[in-house]
Design a protein around this ligand. Structure first.
Ligand SMILES: [Cu+2]
Length: 222
């Protein structure tokens, strides 16, 4: 009898060990990460590309109800906007801190947000609310070379590619998603891509984006 109990205990322990090992092996697959790489038409990684995911088929998710919590900044430093592309969800407030010693005059004539912050140093009195989806092109009245873009997304799942053309989405609900891509230099509007997200996956998408200086060279490469 004792022998039987001992045997069962050993068996149970080994089963538990197998379960633990299996869980450890499978764990990364349960993290539900979606890695997206964006490349240009030459196959090079494309930084500053906006990747927006929408899950219109799920009635339980109301993106308009998700209030953006993080503060957003469009910095001016060394007479440049930083970042070059900022993606925010609708309803986000963006601050425009000026870290330069010189004054800037930030403006936009874009439909999604027309505004100006007249000549200022340091931090403007209040942030700007971006309440309509669309692309907002920014400029400075004093320094023509200063350019940047704020992409206002109707979805909360939006990110901008890093120097390696990468973004990673985490904690996504498994569902069919529509992927929208946008880049300031894109020459062709990409169609929306349908992707069924279940568990961990990695995708690569191409955007036909040409750096402005090269766009007028007339090289057959473009
Ligand atoms: Cu300026």
């Amino acid at each position: 009898m004792t022998l039987t109990v001992q045997w069962l205990t050993v068996q149970w322990r080994s089963k538990l060990m197998v379960m633990v090992v299996a869980w450890v092996i499978c764990w990364p697959a349960l993290s539900e990460q979606w890695q997206v790489k964006v490349i240009d038409h030459l196959g090079e990684p494309l930084p500053n590309a906006v990747v927006e995911l929408t899950m219109s088929t799920d009635p339980d998710v109301d993106p308009s109800g998700l209030t953006p919590s993080q503060p957003y900044n469009m910095i001016q430093q060394h007479k440049q906007f930083q970042p070059f592309v900022l993606a925010v969800p609708v309803g986000a407030e963006v601050d425009f801190p000026n870290l330069d010693a010189t004054r800037h005059h930030v403006y936009s004539f874009s439909k999604a947000k027309t505004f100006e912050i007249k000549l200022y140093k340091d931090r403007p009195h209040s942030p700007i609310l971006f309440d309509k989806p669309g692309v907002v092109a920014l400029g400075c009245n004093i320094h023509d070379r200063m350019q940047a873009h704020i992409y206002v997304a109707s979805s909360p799942w939006v990110a901008v590619t890093d120097a390696n053309g990468m973004v990673v989405f985490t904690d996504l609900k498994p569902a069919p998603y529509q992927v929208k891509l946008w880049h300031p230099w894109q020459k062709k509007q990409r169609e929306t891509i349908e992707v069924n997200f279940n568990r961990d996956r990695a995708d690569q998408f191409k955007v036909f984006a040409v750096k402005p200086e090269l766009a007028f060279v007339g090289s057959p490469r473009y």
